[in-house]
Design a binder for this molecule. Structure first.
Ligand code: PMP
Length: 299
C-alpha cells in the first residue's frame, strides 16, 4: 500500500504514521463499524471525487442500521473528504472513510462507546486487473437478510466477502460470486453483478445486495443509451448461457467477466455492451462527459 501524508481523524489531519487507535477499540472486536470506498480521478480541472454525496449518504444510512450516531454533519464529512484529498496532493486514488465504536466500553451493546471517524486516501490502480476476470461461484452464501441489514456497508459483513475471496483465489480464480440460500445470484465480494442477454442487461434486485453507487450510475448510463436494464433474480444457468457478464464497483469500476466456473461467457470478453458501458463510465469519471458533470466533486 502506497502511503500518503495525512489522514483525517475526528476533525484533524494527522500524519499517516500517527493515525493510531487503541487495541480495545470496540469495533475491532465485534465488527460494528461503517465505511465507504470512494474513488477520485484525475481531470483537466484537478482531482474529482465520484458521487461523493451518495457515498456519504450511504455511510450515514449504514450507521443508522447499527444505531451509530456519527458526530459530524454530512456536510462537514463531505468537506473533510475534499480537504483530505487536497492536502495529500495526489491526482487520483481511493478514499476510505470509516466510523467506528472506539475505546472505553466493552461488551456487545456499543451504547456509550465513543464514535470515532477517519478518512484516508491513497493511490490505487485497477482492482481486478485490466483483463476480463475468471470467476468462481462461492461455497459461502451471501449474508441472509434476516441475519443482518444485508444492504448496509458494515465492517463485520466483510468476513463473508473475505471468505469467498480467499476460497476463489486459492482455487486459482480472480474473483468469487455469491449466491443466496435459494440459489439465486447476489453479488461479488465487493462488486455488483450483471449479465447481458439479447441486448438487455439483467442484474439481481436490491434487498440483499449492497446498493452499489457504480450500479446506480451504470444503470443510468445504460438507460440513457437506450439499453434496457432488468432487475430480477438470476440463476446460474442464466449466467452460463449469457452473452456477456460483468461486475461493477468503486474499486472494480466496470470489469468484464470471461468465465464463471470455467464456463466461458459469450464469444469474447469484454463483449460490446460491457465495452460501451466501461468506456462511457471511464469518460465520465475523468470529467470528459458534460452530461454527467454533476456526479463529480472537484477538489
Ligand atoms: N457489493 C459489495 C459487497 C461491495 O462491497 C461493493 C463495494 N462498495 C459493491 C457491491 C459495489 O458498490 P459501489 O459501486 O458503491 O462501490
Amino acid at each position: 500500500m502506497e502511503e500518503t501524508e495525512f489522514i483525517w481523524m475526528d476533525g484533524k489531519l494527522v500524519k499517516w504514521k500517527d493515525a493510531k487507535i487503541h487495541v480495545l477499540t470496540h469495533t475491532l472486536h465485534y465488527g460494528a463499524g461503517v465505511f465507504e470506498g470512494i474513488r477520485f480521478y484525475k481531470t483537466d480541472k484537478g482531482p474529482a471525487v465520484f458521487r461523493l454525496k451518495e457515498h456519504i449518504d450511504r455511510m450515514y444510512k449504514s450507521a443508522d442500521c447499527i444505531k451509530m450516531k456519527i458526530p459530524f454533519s454530512k456536510e462537514d464529512f463531505i468537506k473533510a473528504v475534499i480537504e483530505t484529498v487536497k492536502k495529500n496532493k495526489i491526482d487520483a486514488g481511493y478514499i476510505r472513510p470509516i466510523c467506528f465504536f472506539g475505546y472505553g466500553k466493552m461488551g456487545l451493546n456499543p451504547e456509550g462507546a465513543p464514535v470515532n471517524c477517519s478518512i484516508a486516501v491513497w493511490p490505487w490502480g485497477k482492482y481486478l486487473g485490466e483483463d476480463a476476470v475468471k470467476v468462481k461461484t462461492s461455497g459461502y452464501i451471501r449474508l441472509h437478510p434476516k441475519s443482518t441489514h444485508a444492504d448496509a456497508k458494515i465492517t463485520g459483513h466483510y468476513v463473508n466477502s473475505i471468505l469467498a475471496s480467499i476460497e476463489a483465489k486459492d482455487a486459482g480464480y480472480n474473483e468469487a460470486l455469491l449466491l443466496n440460500a435459494e440459489g439465486y445470484i447476489e453479488e461479488g465480494p465487493g462488486e455488483n453483478f450483471y449479465i447481458v442477454k439479447d441486448g438487455k442487461i439483467i442484474t439481481p434486485p436490491l434487498g440483499n445486495i449492497l446498493p452499489g453507487i457504480t450500479r446506480k450510475s451504470v444503470m443510468q448510463i445504460a438507460k440513457d443509451e437506450g439499453i434496457e436494464v432488468i432487475e430480477k433474480n438470476i440463476k446460474l444457468k442464466d449466467v452460463y448461457n449469457a452473452d456477456e457478464a460483468f461486475f461493477t464497483g468503486t474499486a472494480a469500476e466496470v470489469s468484464a467477466i470471461e468465465s464463471v466456473d470455467d464456463k466461458k461467457i459469450g464469444k469474447k470478453a469484454p463483449g460490446p455492451i460491457t465495452t460501451k458501458l466501461r468506456d462511457l463510465f471511464m469518460e465520465i469519471v475523468h470529467g470528459k462527459n458534460k452530461k454527467y458533470e454533476s456526479w463529480l466533486s472537484y477538489c
